[in-house]
Design a protein around this ligand. Structure first.
Ligand code: 13P
Ligand code: SF4
Length: 306
């Protein structure tokens, strides 16, 4: 069955001149068939670079919107229209406007996990891979409004010492990883390196050895001589970590860290997306132009090398 689906996807990809981009949290079989798999920064760069006419985005809405903002001439398809990001939905454009009115002297930096409307109201966009570099590139005397992830924000404050106004958003998937999960796994695997995503809560990050974006985790594991890693992020990344490092052991901090939105994408839905050209993600031109400025500045700002 799966073989027939794969053949069908291949045939439809040729027919539509399509490319499949997948985030590192996607189900393993989706990561395996993608033309490019990566973190939010890598995916934004790929979406801007590809010369395919159609991008099938195996991820969540804000990622497909980012592709549509960067490549308006391409058709961007999200195979499941309900694949959203609860963290991105934790701040609206109206709430950001109110915050800006209260701190009119501040620059606004939004995490890429945000709506196109929020990006349109931001000066800069960033991902977890380049947040520190983006903030360090801003004038020292300026205060920074950072939305929506308070935990990524806290991580950047610690690395840059800058003055932030934080929004209390968070990723529900990373919030299920607890301090006790890390303590338990460390007791069981005392030699393992703990890699945590900056979206994790502060107690989890304090117990971790490396704070990395998903792309940086993959790069770090490939270079490391260690053979055991505890992974404090969405468990989907363990599929590719194992594939790229068959000798090493990767232990989920908790098996509960599963993003239900990322897991909405299936092979069948990719076939339907390409057959019916659904679901097209577009951004109104006025918003797109403003949001693109914030994303362009991020892509230009020394994207962090893993
Ligand atoms: P990165 O892959 O950029 O580290 O992002 C993590 C994430 O939560 C995406 O939704
Ligand atoms: Fe959003 Fe968290 Fe899921 Fe990423 S893992 S899409 S931040 S809910």
């Amino acid at each position: 069955m799966s073989e027939r689906l794969l053949e069908k996807i291949e045939q439809l990809k040729q027919q539509r001149n399509a490319v499949i981009l997948a985030h590192n949290y996607q189900p393993g079989r989706i990561q395996d068939i993608a033309d490019f798999c990566g973190d939010s920064l890598g995916l934004s760069i790929k979406a801007a670079e590809t010369d395919a006419e159609v991008i099938v985005f195996c991820g969540v809405l804000f990622m497909a919107e980012t592709a549509a903002i960067l490549s308006p001439e391409k058709t961007v398809l999200l195979p499941d229209k309900l694949a959203g990001c609860p963290m991105a939905d934790m701040i609206t454009a109206e709430q950001l406007a109110e915050l800006k009115a209260r701190h009119s002297d501040a620059l606004v930096v939004c995490y890429v996990n945000s709506s196109a409307e929020v990006k349109a109201q931001s000066d800069y966009c960033c991902t977890s891979a380049n947040a520190v570099e983006v903030i360090n590139s801003l004038p020292k005397e300026r205060r920074i409004i950072f939305v929506p992830d308070q935990y990524l924000g806290q991580f950047v404050i610690e690395r840059t010492g800058r003055d932030f106004v934080l929004w209390p958003g968070y990723c529900p998937t990373h919030a299920v990883i607890t301090e006790d999960d890390i303590k338990d796994k460390k007791a069981k695997y005392p030699d393992a390196i703990v890699m945590a995503h900056p979206e994790c809560t502060e107690p989890v990050k304090k117990l971790s050895d490396k704070l990395l974006s998903t792309g940086q985790m993959l790069a770090f594991a490939e270079k490391s001589t260690s053979q055991q890693f505890i992974i404090a992020t969405e468990t989907g990344i363990i599929h590719t970590l194992k594939k790229q490092n068959p000798e090493a052991e990767f232990i989920a901090a908790t098996e509960k860290a599963i993003c239900p939105n990322m897991k909405r994408i299936t092979l069948e839905k990719i076939v339907w997306a390409l057959e019916d050209m659904q679901y097209k993600i577009t951004v109104p031109e006025e918003i797109r132009i403003k949001a693109k400025k914030a994303i362009d500045k991020m892509v230009e700002t020394l994207p962090a090398k893993a």
